[in-house]
Design a protein around this ligand. Structure first.
Ligand code: IPD
Ligand code: CA
Ligand code: CA
Length: 262
C-alpha cells in the first residue's frame, strides 16, 4: 500500500471507532426516531454520526465528496459513502446488532471499506488489493456449496422493496437455511468471515450505502459482490439489488435470480 492509501485506511478506521463510541453512548438512552418513505426507521443518533463524519472528512480531505445516508456534501471523483447506523430498526429496539459503515469510492468504485461493530469492538477493513481484516487478523470467505449443511443465507425484505424476490426465496429456502439478522452490512461481514455463504438484497434507491463497504471487504476476503443480475455497479448512486456471496455459488445464484425474478 502507498503512504497515501495507508493514511486513508487509518483515517477511516479512526472515524469508525469514534462513530461507534457515539452509537454506544446513546444505545441505552431514549432516542427520538421517525420513519422514512420506505418505512425504515431513522434516529437522532444516525443523524449525529452522519454530521460528525461529514465534519471530520471536510477537515482532513476538503476537496472530497461525502454521501451519507442522512446527509450529503460536495462532489468529487473521490466519494466517501457512509451508512452511519446499519440496522437502525434493531438499534431503536435496543438489540445490539447494528454496525457503522464507511467506504471510499473512486469514480463510483469502492477502493476502501470499514465496518465497525461497537457492541463487540470488532473493526472490519479492507483496501483494494490488500486483503480483508477483522482487527489485525486476515479474514476469508468459506467455500461451501449452496446445499452444504454448513451454508447459511441472509434475506432482507421490506414493504417498498422494488424487486419481488419471494419466488427466489421459495426455491432457495428449500436448499439453504435462511435468516434475517436485521443488518445487511453485518450479514455481509459474516460472508467475509466465512460464517454465511450468501446474502440476497433487493435494495435499489439509497441502498448503495448498504453495499459500498461490503464490496471491498467481501471481495478482498475472496467473495463476490454484484447486483442481482451479476453485473458490476457504481456505489455513488442507486443500485439494482445485490448478491453477496462466497464466490463459489455466485453464478448459480445469478442464474436462479435471472430465471425467477418477477
Ligand atoms: C437497513 C438494514 C436492513 C435492510 C434494509 C436497510 P438501515 O439499513 O440493513 O437489514 O433490510 O434494507 O435499509 O436503514 O438500518 O441503515
Ligand atoms: Ca443501511
Ligand atoms: Ca442507516
Amino acid at each position: 500500500m502507498t503512504k497515501e492509501e495507508k493514511e486513508y485506511l487509518e483515517f477511516a478506521k479512526e472515524l469508525s471507532k469514534e462513530a461507534g463510541k457515539i452509537m454506544l453512548e446513546y444505545f441505552s438512552k431514549e432516542n427520538f426516531y421517525s420513519y422514512k418513505a420506505d418505512k425504515t426507521i431513522v434516529t437522532e443518533v444516525d443523524k449525529k454520526i452522519n454530521t460528525f463524519i461529514i465534519d471530520e472528512i471536510k477537515k482532513k480531505y476538503p476537496g472530497q465528496a461525502i454521501l451519507g445516508e442522512e446527509e450529503k456534501y460536495g462532489k468529487s471523483a473521490y466519494t466517501w459513502i457512509c451508512d452511519p447506523i446499519d440496522g437502525t430498526a434493531m438499534y431503536a429496539r435496543k438489540i445490539p446488532i447494528s454496525v457503522f459503515s464507511l467506504a471510499l469510492a473512486k469514480d463510483g468504485i469502492p477502493i476502501l471499506g470499514v465496518v465497525y461493530d461497537p457492541f463487540t469492538d470488532n473493526l472490519y477493513s479492507a483496501f483494494k488489493g490488500n486483503g480483508a481484516y477483522q482487527n489485525n487478523t486476515p479474514i476469508k470467505v468459506n467455500n461451501y456449496e449452496l446445499e452444504d449443511p454448513n451454508s447459511l443465507m441472509n434475506f432482507d425484505i421490506w414493504p417498498t422493496a422494488e424487486y419481488n424476490l419471494y419466488p427466489i426465496l421459495e426455491i432457495l429456502g428449500k436448499k439453504i437455511y435462511t435468516v434475517s439478522i436485521g443488518s445487511i452490512i453485518r450479514a455481509g461481514i459474516e460472508i467475509a468471515k466465512g460464517g454465511f455463504s450468501l446474502a440476497i438484497f433487493p435494495g435499489t434507491k439509497d441502498k448503495n450505502y448498504d453495499v459500498a463497504a461490503l464490496k471491498v471487504i467481501v471481495e478482498e476476503a475472496g467473495g463476490k459482490v454484484t447486483n442481482l443480475f451479476g453485473e458490476e455497479e457504481r456505489y455513488d448512486q442507486s443500485i439494482h439489488g445485490a448478491i453477496i456471496s462466497n464466490k463459489v455459488i455466485h453464478e448459480e445464484i445469478v442464474k436462479l435470480v435471472k430465471e425467477n425474478l418477477k
